[in-house]
Design a protein around this ligand. Structure first.
Ligand code: H2B
Length: 94
């Protein structure tokens, strides 16, 4: 069963608790990360494999040389759920 969508006020509360690199953009959480080079960017992406697989929840990624854009949204539910905020928090702890 798809995770329940968060209410607007739940989204506000959880967004306030997230580190500042994250922003709520429509139905997504978004963050942009810059690294020294491609190797470091890919190492960052690789760190997401374990938490994403463990949660059965996966980031939408765009990699441009040393820049990684991470978008989180629960596609099965059609918007933001606790799964997105949990994964955002895990990524911020890297
Ligand atoms: N990742 C994200 N971001 N959203 C989803 O709705 C989603 C997912 N669904 N990973 C998962 C996979 C689902 O399709 C499988 C069956 O767990």
């Amino acid at each position: 069963m798809a995770a329940p969508l968060l209410s607007a006020s739940d989204i506000q509360t959880r967004a306030r608790q997230l580190s500042s690199e994250w922003s709520v953009e429509g139905k997504e959480l978004k963050s942009v990360w810059k690294f020294k080079g491609f190797v470091e960017a890919i190492a960052f992406v690789n760190k997401m494999v374990e938490p994403a697989e463990a949660a059965g929840h996966h980031p939408d990624l765009s990699i441009s040389y040393n820049k990684v854009t991470v978008c989180l949204s629960t596609h099965d539910s059609g918007g933001l759920t606790h799964l997105d905020f949990d994964l955002a928090e895990a990524i911020s702890r890297f």
